[in-house]
Design a protein around this ligand. Structure first.
Ligand SMILES: [Zn+2]
Length: 214
């Protein structure tokens, strides 16, 4: 009996190519992320595009913008998206004083919690500008720091096809950086999701610094 248990354990221990909890057709997951919102002009169309593509994504909202558009933050949460902390005013955090650093993160946590009733667990430093002190402060406030594996550079206004090509180059576990605030990024959504699904990759959430099943 013991031997049998050991054998079963050994078999289970060999990591399958497809995660055990994978949905049909998903051999892996990619996290789509949208920074810098919410925006009156773009957030709702972006949410609509994601919903029609049956995709969930992570939105790293800026505190000041969230305060200005709480309805859009609520709409984002209601659409099944995950909300992350992208600081209060989008500064270069490695140049901030310890007090500024702490407040940039804490005020955004408070604002997002006040609006949605949920406490964010993910944090992305603006510009990916981080160091040990920034990472430690995020951790102290209960946040996992998240960067990315693919940068679409959608903020430089590339054509939609270029955003699609870049985003669909992601591999299993990858995290794609995009932004709330650009029409071409909204237009790219169906093609990005379709392109990833063609590779067996489905939209996922972020956990432990990588994309996993939602
Ligand atoms: Zn940003």
């Amino acid at each position: 009996m013991l031997l049998r248990t050991l054998l079963v354990s050994a078999v289970l221990f060999v990591a399958p190519a497809v995660p055990a909890n994978a949905a049909p057709g998903c051999s892996g997951y990619v996290a789509l992320t949208y920074d810098d919102g919410p925006y009156a002009q773009f957030t709702r169309p972006l949410l609509a595009a994601l919903r029609s593509a049956r995709a969930r994504a992570t939105f790293f909202d800026i505190g000041t913008r969230a305060k200005e558009h709480p309805d859009l933050v609520r709409a984002t949460a209601r659409a099944g998206m995950w909300l992350g902390n992208h600081t209060w005013s989008h500064p270069f955090l490695t140049r901030a004083t310890p007090d500024e650093l702490s407040k940039e993160i804490a005020s955004t946590q408070d604002e997002l919690r006040r609006i949605t009733g949920r406490v964010p667990t993910l944090f992305r430093p603006p510009y990916g500008d981080t160091n040990a002190a920034v990472a430690a402060e995020a951790r102290r406030q209960g946040l996992d720091q998240v960067l990315w594996t693919v940068d679409t550079r959608d903020w430089t206004s590339p054509p939609t096809e270029e955003i699609v090509r870049s985003a669909t180059s992601a591999t299993a576990g990858g995290i794609v950086l995009m932004h709330d605030g650009y029409q071409n990024t909204v237009d790219a959504v169906p093609l990005v999701v379709q392109g990833l699904r063609a590779k067996g990759l489905c939209p996922g959430r972020i956990s432990g610094g990588r994309a996993v099943a939602p």
